[in-house]
Write a protein that binds this ligand. Structure first.
Ligand code: FE
Length: 223
């Protein structure tokens, strides 16, 4: 099986949020899809290791904020590459309340759902949610997962349903005859530097545009 064939499925980029008691929390997600229109229901897939999973389980509610192409990519880093167990992720991101759920302001749409069913897999829970409220926030195009990979040069966190280990990607790349390349990769979030200035010549205060970590966490990779 060539797992990179699964890259041909299309996704968006979302923040799935819920409540930990009085504390808003959430995680980045790429798997959300509409299941029925009447009543409006959507399904999301959340890794068992994501703190948000147990918060949705407890509250029976979640919100999906649909990020746009103009959304600050640091939102993806804030929600995708650290845990809500240790960090108040919403402290650094503007949000508003909808149906008692936190919704990211810098997004093009949101929907708030109550959980009406769920299904367990080995690694992820699929929550089926009936939409209680939904609306547009900004008039921007939604960010697709392809845009995130190609334009923002982002990677999937390990907990994403679409995560494929680098070793397999490199093996498949070699099989398809790609030339050997040197790249600088953020050791925290996997962002691949792609600027015009050679990486070595970047100023010392350069920070990863996704997770805000310093230049020193980048590692040189040859493949
Ligand atoms: Fe990073």
């Amino acid at each position: 099986m060539n797992p990179t064939a699964l890259f041909k499925l299309s996704y968006g980029v979302y923040v799935v949020s819920s409540m930990d008691g009085d504390r808003p929390t959430g995680c980045t997600a790429n798997s959300a899809m509409q299941i029925t229109s009447s009543p409006a229901t959507i399904a999301i897939s959340i890794n068992h290791n994501n703190f948000t999973n147990q918060c949705i389980e407890k509250t029976g509610k979640f919100a999906v904020s649909v990020l746009s192409e103009k959304s600050n990519p640091q939102i993806i880093g804030t929600f995708g590459f650290q845990s809500g167990r240790e960090v108040n992720k919403f402290d650094s991101v503007a949000y508003e309340w909808k149906e008692d759920m936190p919704v990211v302001k810098d997004a093009c749409a949101y929907m708030v759902c109550k959980v009406i069913n769920k299904m367990e897999t080995d690694t992820h829970t699929i929550f089926l949610g009936e939409v209680l409220d939904a609306d547009h926030l900004e008039k921007e195009e939604p960010m697709t997962y392809a845009y995130y990979h190609k334009v923002i040069k982002g990677k999937s966190p390990k907990n994403a349903p679409t995560y494929i280990p680098d070793e397999i990607l490199e093996k498949e790349g070699k099989k398809s005859g790609e030339e050997k390349t040197v790249k600088y990769v953020c050791g925290i979030c996997g962002y691949v530097y792609d600027g015009e200035t050679p990486f070595e010549e970047l100023p010392d205060d350069f920070k990863c545009p996704i997770c805000k970590q310093p230049k020193s966490v980048f590692v040189k990779k040859e493949s």
